[in-house]
Structures are given as structure tokens and as C-alpha cells.
Ligand binder design. Sequence first.
Ligand code: KG4
Ligand code: ZN
Length: 367
Amino acid sequence: MRVLGIETSCDDTGVAIVDDRCTVVAEALHSQTAMHRRFGGVVPELASRDHIARLAPMIEACCAQAGMTLRDLDGVAWTQGPGLAGALLVGASVGSALALGLGLAGLGIHHLEGHLLSPLLDAQPPAFPFLALLCSGGHTQLVEVAGLGSYRLLGDTLDDAAGEAFDKTAKMMGLDYPGGPAIAQLALHGDAMRFTLPRPMLHSGDLDFSFSGLKTAVLTRLRKLGVDPNDAASMDALAPEDRRDLAACVQAAICEVLSAKALSAIRKTGHRRLVIAGGVSANLLLRRTLEDACTKAQVELFCPPPRLCTDNGAMIALAGVLRMRAGETPRGAALAAHSCQVRPRWPLESLRPPAAAQSASTGGSGS
Ligand code: KG4
Ligand code: ZN
């Protein structure tokens, strides 16, 4: 079985082909960050238009890489949500048109399911059940994964997600979007002990997160250093070492909270396997901190390679392979009835394992 995966939920166009051994046989990625950078964040209309322009040549390139044609595919999977409505519609339209035109199975995939299953693309994948720390631009969640489609939310962010905290503090410091990699790069040579920043909800006793207080603390610190984030000219007051040290302090605060909460979830649930996924899991300090903590706690840690932490087509193709292999294979009229429905807001816990999902959407009629 070979499934084409299409990811267009935000500002990355991702296309990949994954086979039923969960191997990536072809992949292509186009990042729109350069296009959005001058606006300081993602412009939804531009994102959709760019996805439209990129998808067809990227799909062709993936088929060529895999040495196959569209007719050799067994299914098509695309991101159905959550994400930007217009951007999602591009992937859903192209994906379902391909599946319907070629008579293949077609599936809309939950973006976060793609992220949390992405370590299964590894040669040594985690077995179910496991605990997942999902940290992307819009989500910071601790999820108990009993199996494909069985997700229990243990903790969530009350305000900003960890990725947002990176992005917003970076913007206040005059750094380019996306802020996570920019802060991580600067932090390499910064002093993480220089400024005291809060560790929000570190000792709250529950598994929830909150990062908006950190943003306020960074704003206060910047003002003390003579910088007003609303006044670009004042950015010059920030000496290179101040910027490096502040970046290191922000990164340390976010990573400490994320890893402490993940370990606390491990203690509370007794799980022996921890998966980290989503863009922020590409962060080297977070990976190192969790590696050390997991070794001490005798917990196995699974992190996708950095290229598969951020948005990509392979994780969507993989979720498609797993669900289709388990019998969720809508095609023809059953597919056409749902094909272009996107879900910009879609709670992960509402997902179901494949059999239940199929009978809910097709009245149990199978493929
Ligand atoms: O999963 P993702 O690619 O897209 C969403 O689904 O949101 O995550 C994007 C987020 C952004 O907030 C970005 O700043 C952050 O991941 N990010 C990082 C790193 N690479 C990406 N944050 C910290 N360190 C990184 N190395
Ligand atoms: Zn994502």
C-alpha cells in the first residue's frame, strides 16, 4: 500500500508518499516563511494561494522520486483540520479530487494525530500505549495514546501554546518569524541564568500549561533594557548580548515547564514511553532536557527527526496508511459526501479508532 499525504494546514506545503511498512518513499516540503516574514506572521490568503501554486508540481516530484505514477497509489490523505480554513480547503480539494478521479480511498486527517503518530515513521517506533507531549504553534497538550484514534487529553494550555510563546517573545525582541528557531539559534551563545523569568504553572499540581505570563515578563524585561516592542527604532537599545541572554532565558523557561509537566504526567499515569511531537519538539534543549529526565526515570523517549517535528506531508500520509490499513477506506460516493469538509477547529479527543470512525461516517457500510 502506498498513500500520498498532503499537508496544507498553515504555512508549509508538505507532500509525501508513505508505504505500509511506514517508510517514507518520497517527500517534498515548501516553507512559506520567507513570504510571510515581512508581515511578522502568517497571512492566510497568501498561504492558500501559495499552496495552490505549489501542490501539483510537488505531487509530481514525489511520484518521480518514488519511481511511480499517480495510478500506482492506493490512497490519498490530506489534513482536514485544525488550521486555517482557506489553506485546509486547498489540500482537501486537491486530495479528494485525486482520490475521486483515480477511484482511490481518500481520508481527511487530524493534523495533531499526524504529529503524534510521526515517531512511528522511525525504524524503532514506540509501541502503544504511550504518553505524548504535543507542542506546536497552536497547541500544547499532554495526551494519553491508547492506540490509533484513542486519545485522552490530560493537559492543555490555558492561553498561549509553547510555540506561540516562542513566536510572540521573538517578535517583541525584533526577531524574524518563526520565533522558535530564531530564539534557539541565539540562545546557543546566551546566558540562561542572567534574567529571572517565571516558570508558569510549574507547581500547579495539574497538567495544564500557561505561557502568557512569560510573554508579559519578557515585555517588562525589555522595557527595563530600554526597548519598546511597538517602536522599531528602540530595538537598537538591545545589545547583542542582551538579546542572546534573553533568548536563552526564554528558551530555558519554556523547556523547563514542558519537560517538568511531561515527567509529572509520566509519574501520574505510570506510562513507560514518552513521545514528543510538533514544531517545538525540534528544539535541542527540550530534547536534551527530556532525554536526561527520561533516562533517570527509566522511561523510553521517542522524538521524530527534526525535519518531521515541524509540519510535513509524511505524518499525514502515515496516519492515512494506518487508518486505511485498519479498514477506513471511504471512496466514491461515501468519499464525495464528505470530501471537501474542513475543520479549522477540531478537538483531538473527538477522534475515534478506525472501525468506529468508519461506521460513524458511512453508516457501517464499509468501503
Ligand atoms: O508543528 P508546527 O510546525 O506547526 C503547527 O502545527 O503549528 O509548529 C510550529 C511552531 C512555531 O511556533 C515555531 O516557532 C516552533 O514550532 N518551532 C520551534 C523550533 N522549530 C519550530 N520552537 C522552538 N525551537 C525550535 N527549534
Ligand atoms: Zn503542526
